[in-house]
Design a protein around this ligand. Structure first.
Ligand SMILES: [Zn+2]
Length: 63
């Protein structure tokens, strides 16, 4: 069973990543537009912006 992983990005907004083929979409379709997997699994949340904020901190420190 496939599911969307909701990735929240600091600059590019929220993306949904297919657990089956890894494609990214901008909304959680009921089936994957790339591989056709049935997206009846539980959606996961992956706040990528946390990592991206840490990168910003590093950049701030360097400048
Ligand atoms: Zn897919």
């Amino acid at each position: 069973m496939a599911y969307w992983t909701e990735e929240e990005h600091l600059f590019s907004g929220t993306k949904y990543v297919c657990s089956n083929c890894g494609c990214e979409t901008d909304r959680p379709y009921s089936s994957c537009p790339e591989c056709g997997a049935d997206m009846s699994g539980r959606q996961k949340y992956d706040p990528k912006f946390v990592d991206e904020c840490e990168i910003l901190d590093i950049l701030d420190g360097g400048w």
